[in-house]
Structures are given as structure tokens and as C-alpha cells.
Design a protein around this ligand. Structure first.
Ligand code: GDG
Length: 736
């Protein structure tokens, strides 16, 4: 049976050596809880580093066997790998960059190489156990290139990736020397998830600018595979936090803590010690708070838990010293014999203690400079059984997008934090209750189990979409069938669009003329008297004539306004009303004026605004503006607005490619082989008029009514070449 393979840097277990014995403790993290329901089932498995350095074989085997019983597989790391991949590239290059502390980031090739090596190690372990049909879910910034490594080895596999930390804006991400490799690595996944919409759009913009792939509704075409990018705000195990807060053990602890602290009001903050968590700013605000509101002295304390983390990294040591100093300064300045302003703990606590802190706290203070989500904010709300308490939350945390009933602050604004503390401490109970209730009902619904389900559903969705698209692919078998039909036909009609179908798109549309290969294949095909080749393009007639006029082929220019049979001149299809141009031209000219790099092209029966050379992003913005502007005007003026490859074209509804193609279908009603190629949605009009026995072939992956699909113009050429040779082979055969 197909299984799910979870992959993360750390396994959901803590292994420690106590008196030379290995002690296994399940990890309490939200991710472990959320995915627990998955990896513990059947053959499912979790792959990760067990979190400690193991130097001998027999211990490795022991760990291996023990973990196997609990559906886990270890990836062991050498001491150098722990230093360079984990502490180095992951925590000293990626972590600071992704949290906008890019001036803290180190850029060292040797660390990058270790990162690649360890990702390969993870890949090997996946390959060892993955079977066709399995789902692989990779987590977080330590494994950014793993999706692509797995994709190379298992091209058909179903791979999801979730990033737990923020994805920075393009301007920051681009600073990384390995930016391309990192993006391509991620794009090996089928689904890429982020906590927030902002992270997702930062990622898509980097993909667009760095690896030149655009997206439609969060879907990116990567080498003929559709990748879905989406936001999945991670939830917590709501019931667990809610129930723990009501447990006898927690209440017992609360009573004990309260007895030693006394009846002061309490503000609680809980974080891993990290510069991204905004701890010094929080302390500065707390200091300012007593200066601005001295009447709170003696009446409120801050209970600050900092969980030791990455203490081998210099930055973290420095931060620890800075915090120690600030706490000392505040306590020294304001403290009294019977009152401590900051209760500071540099260690971790069991869940019950944490829960007691949440219960006791009048204010939850969460002030990161950047945070992917921040689960502490959510846990604080879930633990408030009596529904009193106020959350003060940084708008730089992903959680701020959901917890709108908290007091949102900018962690760089000390004055604002001071005011927020005062507002929180004086907020009427009824108001507190209203806010907590609203947030609780949302957290209850969007919990960790919901998060896992939605992610998995989306992964299955995109896999199904990919399959749907790939079933129609023009493969070797279908090509052979087409060749046979072609060979036995008496009269053949071949309709083909030009740009994007027979030729690639270029930066300069005037430079997209046919190359030797294309001219040769068209020439060979058109020399066969059974063939009629018709190029149906939106190009102007003079360009088409200049590029292809010397061949024995028919042509349709400007979407069907002009028709030409081989050897003759272009004829106007019908008299078409053109007065609309007076009204529309000034609007398009206005867009040209506002958009450097864009230009207006005037065709006989249409106007085209080009933005191929406009700054990336600006062009798309103006295009959306212009199309919505035009789509509002168009229906009343009997016009059609087409948004194609870096163009917006406005034309009369009376002309279209299908109407033009109809002329040939009528004239050559006896044709027993009809084939039509096209890549954009104007070609759908051609497909639509084709008789049932015709072969319709879409180039690219956009939705289409065509029967078959190819990835690019190259395959169209290949097919045409095959047909032109079929032709020759058959003729030779007859001659023999
Ligand atoms: C990363 C992203 C994102 C803390 N102290 C103790 C303890 N904790 C638990 C908390 C909470 C967890 O650790 C911390 O989670 P956060 O979300 O606050 O932060 P990161 O560790 O940086 O996590 C973050 C997260 O991934 C998930 O995607 O939200 O943005 O940076 O659950 O309760 N638990 C116990 N004792 C402690 O002393 N038992």
C-alpha cells in the first residue's frame, strides 16, 4: 500500500545519552503532534537526524532498530556535517537571510557544499524506502534542495514541501549566491506551502525574477510539470493546549507559582533564544513602560522564558549577553525587596508549567522582528479557559494575519509597545472576553489536524491535475497513429498558428522570423500536392508575406482579417467596422506614456499594446489594469480583448481565426486528414470549428478544447518533420 514519508531535519524524538544509556523522549513540538497521526500509521515513516552525533557503528544500529519500531529512520551526520550543514549553512546563512537579518548571514562555498552533501544523504534514505505511489512531505529550510534531488531519482513521485520560516522579499533573497540552486531545488516539489500569502508572493516573485518562470493563480510550469504554490497557515493542537490548561497538574503548578510571585499582574513571553524573536526590543519597551507609567511599578511583572538554542553560534552568545544585561538593568533600576520586575528563565519547562504560565498571564507578549508563524501566540489564546487575557502580537509574525483581535504592534516601535502594554493591562474584562472568544473559535477550527488535511488534499489535487494534463500528451504511440493516418490520406489540411506554435517567443517580436529548420519542413510539406498548409496568425500580413510568402502555403493574418492563397495576394475577409479605434487608441497611448518600454502596434483591424520590454512586475501590473479597463468597455463596442504573451490586443469581435479557417474547411470539404495546432486562446476559435475527425493539438499547458497537447513548438516541428518524412517514405515505397 502507498505510504507517506515525512522528512525533516530533526526526528520527532529527543535522544540523549544519560549515564552511557540512550534515552528516547518524544518531542512535544506542534509539528510532531500534527504529523503524529500520519507517521505512526501502517508503513508510514519519518526520516530525520536524531539530533546527536554518533561515532560508532553498533550505537547507530541500536538507534536504528529502536527508531524503526516507531516508524522512524535516522540520517546520521558527521561532526563536520553538523557544523557546516546545520550550524553553518542552515543557521548562519539561510536563517538570518530568511528573517531579514541578511547582514548576519555568512556566504561560504564550503558550507553550501556541506548543505548539498547532507541533502543528498537525505535523498538517499528516501530513495531506499520510497515505492511508486508514495507521498513524500519535506519540511523546512534545512532541506530546500531535497525536492529536486528526489525528483531526479523518482520523476513520478508526489512531493510536498512546507517552509516553516518566512520567505523573504526578492530584494533580500537575491543576495544569496546560491539563489538559483535553492529555487530550482524547491521547484522539484509538486506543492510548495508557506504560512502566509506574503511568503508565497515573495517566493513567486523570486521565481519569476531569478529563474524566469511566471505563475497563474500560484501555479508554475516547471519543465512540463505543474507546481502549485499556496499558503497554509499552521494551526496548533488546540484540544491538547485547552485540556492541559484545565488539568489538575497545571492548576497545582499555578497555585504554587502564584504563591511565590504574589498577586502582581503578569505578562508572559516564551521564545527560543533567537535574534529574530525581538527580545531586546521587548525589554526596552518594558523599561520604558515603567518610566512612562510609574504607577505600574510593583504591580506588574514580566515572566520571560528563553529556551536555550544554537548556543555555539557567536551571534546567539552575544544576544544572550545583551539580554542578561538588559534584565539586570531593569531589575536593578526598578526592583524592590518584595517585587521583581522581570522573572527570567534561561531553560525549558515541561508543558504543564508552560500551560500554568499561559493561564496566569494577564498579557501574552509576543514581539518577534520576524517569525514564520509563532505558535506561542496561538497556544496562549488556546490556554485561556476563563477567556480573560490580552495578546500583544508583532505584526511581523505570520500569526498576526489570523489573530486580528490581538493588539498588533510593530516591534521596532518602542512607544507603541509601551502603549499596547498599558491598553492590555487596563482592558475591560468584557472586551478581553470578546476578543479571546473570537480568536479561540478560529484556532479551534483551523487546528493542526486541519492544516495537515488541507495540505495533503492540495497535494493530491495537484497530482491529479498533472495526470489529467499528461494523459493528453502527444506521445510516440499517438505520433505513429497520426503518421499512419497521414500516409493513407488523399487530401490533407494542416492549420498552424505561428508564434509559440511553430516558432519560440522572442524579446523582439520582429526578430521571430522563421529559421532554416522551419522553412525546410514547411517547404517539404507544401511540396506534396495532397497537402494544404495554412498558417493562421495574429501577425500583420506584410510580416507574414515577407517571412513565408515565397512558400506554397496559404495564410491568414491579423486573426482572420486577411486571407491569402499560395501565389496570390492577401484579400480582406469582409468589410469590418473600424471606427472604434478612435476611442480606444488614446487609452492605449496613455498606457504607453505611463509604462516605459511598452509600445503600441496598429494593425488594420486591431490595436496591440506590447509590454515585453517593460520592467518585470510593472508590465504585469499595467496589463491587469488595462485588461480590466478594456473588458469593461469592450462588450458595448463589439470588441474582444486578448491578453497574450506580453501583449494586450483589442480587436473587433467580427473577426476571429475560426471564421477564417472555416473558409478552407468549406472549400476542401473532401479533406480526410485535418490537423490544427495552436498555443494561445485565440487558437481555440480554430479548434472549435474543426470537424470531429480533425486532430487538434494544443501547445503548452493552458486549458484547451484540443484533443492532444505538446509541451513546446519544438515538438510541433518534430511531428511535422516526421510527417514530411512519412510522406517521402510512402512516395519512395510507391516508386519501388
Ligand atoms: C518555527 C518558526 C513557526 C517553547 N519553550 C518551551 C516549549 N516551547 C514550544 C512552544 C511552541 C514551540 O516551542 C515554539 O514554536 P514557535 O512557533 O514559537 O517558534 P520556532 O521554534 O522558531 O518555530 C515559527 C514554527 O516553526 C512552526 O511552523 O511558527 O515561526 O520559527 O510550541 O510551546 N515547549 C516546552 N517547554 C518550553 O520551555 N514544552
Amino acid at each position: 500500500m502507498a505510504k507517506t514519508i515525512i522528512v525533516s531535519n530533526r526526528l520527532p524524538v529527543k535522544i540523549q545519552k544519560v549515564n552511557n544509556e540512550l534515552v528516547y523522549q518524544p518531542s512535544e513540538g506542534g509539528l510532531a503532534t500534527g504529523l503524529g497521526s500520519i507517521y505512526k500509521e501502517g508503513d508510514n515513516v519519518w526520516i530525520g537526524w536524531p539530533g546527536l552525533y554518533v561515532d560508532n557503528k553498533s550505537t547507530k544500529e541500536k538507534i536504528n532498530d529502536e527508531l524503526k519500531k516507531n516508524n522512524m529512520r535516522p540520517v546520521f551526520l558527521t561532526e563536520e556535517e553538523i557544523r557546516d550543514y546545520y550550524e553553518g549553512f542552515s543557521n548562519e546563512t539561510l536563517w538570518p537571510t530568511f528573517h531579514y537579518f541578511n547582514n548576519y548571514a555568512i556566504h561560504e562555498q564550503s558550507l553550501w557544499e556541506a548543505y548539498v552533501t547532507v541533502n543528498q544523504k537525505f535523498c538517499k534514505e528516501i530513495i531506499r524506502i520510497a515505492e511508486p505511489g508514495d507521498t513524500i512531505w519535506i519540511h523546512d529550510y534545512q532541506l530546500l534542495i531535497l525536492p529536486q534531488l528526489v525528483r531526479y531519482k523518482l520523476p513520478e513521485s508526489s512531493i510536498g514541501f512546507f517552509l516553516h520560516i518566512p520567505f523573504p522579499s526578492y530584494e533580500v533573497f537575491r543576495l544569496l549566491p546560491w539563489r538559483k540552486e535553492l529555487l530550482n531545488g524547491l521547484l522539484g516539489a509538486d506543492l510548495i506551502g508557506f504560512h502566509t500569502y506574503d511568503d508565497m508572493r515573495h517566493f513567486l516573485s523570486s521565481v519569476n525574477r531569478i529563474v524566469s518562470l511566471s505563475h497563474t493563480n500560484g501555479q508554475v510550469e516547471v519543465e512540463n510539470r505543474r507546481v502549485l504554490v499556496d499558503a497554509f497557515p499552521m494551526g496548533i493542537d488546540y484540544e491538547k493546549y485547552h485540556e492541559t490548561a484545565g488539568s489538575a497538574e497545571t492548576i497545582k503548578k499555578e497555585v504554587r507559582y502564584r504563591t511565590s510571585i504574589g498577586e502582581t499582574k503578569l505578562i508572559v513571553s516564551i521564545d527560543r533564544l533567537d535574534y529574530s524573536k525581538g527580545i531586546p526590543n521587548r525589554l526596552l519597551a518594558f523599561e520604558e513602560f515603567f518610566k512612562k507609567y510609574p504607577n505600574w511599578k510593583g504591580k506588574v511583572s514580566l515572566l520571560m522564558v528563553l529556551v536555550p538554542s544554537r548556543d555555539k553560534v557567536e551571534r546567539y552568545k552575544e544576544l544572550k549577553e545583551e539580554i542578561d544585561e538588559l534584565v539586570g538593568r531593569i531589575n536593578g533600576q526598578f526592583g524592590r525587596l518584595n517585587w521583581t520586575p522581570v522573572h527570567y528563565f534561561y531553560r525549558s519547562f515541561p508543558l504543564n508549567s508552560l500551560s500554568a504560565f499561559y493561564r496566569m498571564a494577564d498579557v501574552g507578549l509576543v514581539t518577534p522582528m520576524r517569525d514564520g508563524m509563532n505558535l506561542v501566540a496561538k497556544e496562549y489564546i488556546a490556554s485561556k479557559l476563563d477567556k480573560t487575557g490580552v495578546l500583544v502580537l508583532s505584526e511581523m509574525a505570520g500569526a498576526s494575519k489570523e489573530l486580528l483581535d490581538s493588539i498588533l504592534i510593530n516591534p521596532n516601535d518602542v512607544d507603541q509597545m509601551v502603549e499596547a502594554l498599558n491598553t492590555a493591562l487596563t482592558m475591560p474584562k468584557a472586551e478581553q472576553k470578546r476578543r479571546i472568544e473570537t480568536m479561540q473559535s478560529s484556532l479551534r477550527k483551523y487546528n493542526i489536524h486541519h492544516w495537515v488535511k488541507v495540505f495533503m488534499d492540495r497535494l493530491h489535487y495537484i497530482k491529479e491535475r498533472q495526470m489529467l494534463l499528461s494523459t493528453q500528451l502527444l506521445d510516440a504511440e499517438i505520433t505513429e497513429e497520426i503518421s499512419e493516418r497521414y500516409a493513407s490520406a488523399k487530401r490533407r489540411l494542416i492549420f498552424a498558428d505561428y508564434d509559440g506554435t511553430l516558432s519560440p517567443y522572442t524579446d523582439d517580436p520582429t526578430a521571430a522570423g522563421p529559421d532554416k529548420e522551419l522553412l525546410q519542413v514547411l517547404k517539404t510539406l507544401s511540396q506534396d500536392e495532397k497537402n494544404k498548409i495554412i498558417i493562421i496568425s495574429s501577425r500583420d500580413r506584410n510580416t507574414l508575406k515577407c517571412w513565408l510568402g515565397h512558400l506554397n502555403i496559404d495564410m491568414v493574418a491579423e486573426h482572420g482579417v486577411w486571407l491569402k492563397e499560395a501565389g496570390e495576394d492577401f484579400q480582406l475577409i469582409d468589410k469590418v467596422e473600424n471606427r472604434w479605434k478612435y476611442e480606444i487608441r488614446p487609452i492605449l497611448e496613455d498606457y504607453v506614456g505611463r509604462t516605459p518600454g511598452s509600445f503600441l502596434e496598429e494593425k488594420d483591424y486591431s490595436l496591440v499594446w506590447h509590454y515585453r520590454r517593460v520592467e518585470t512586475g510593472l508590465g504585469e501590473l499595467r496589463m491587469r489594469e488595462l485588461t480590466s479597463h478594456m473588458k469593461y468597455l469592450a462588450p458595448n463596442m463589439n470588441l474582444q480583448v486578448l491578453d497574450g504573451e506580453c501583449i494586450v490586443e483589442v480587436k473587433s469581435l467580427e473577426v476571429n481565426k475560426g471564421k477564417a479557417a472555416g473558409r478552407w474547411l468549406e472549400k476542401y470539404g473532401d479533406a480526410d486528414f485535418i490537423m490544427s495546432f495552436g498555443d494561445d486562446w485565440t487558437d481555440e476559435d480554430t479548434f472549435r470549428v474543426m470537424p470531429e475527425h480533425a486532430l487538434t493539438i494544443k501547445v503548452g499547458s493552458a486549458p484547451s478544447i484540443a484533443e492532444y497537447r505538446t509541451h513546446s513548438y519544438k515538438e510541433v516541428r518534430k511531428l511535422l518533420r516526421t510527417l514530411s518524412q512519412t510522406n517521402r517514405l510512402v512516395n519512395n515505397h510507391h516508386k519501388e
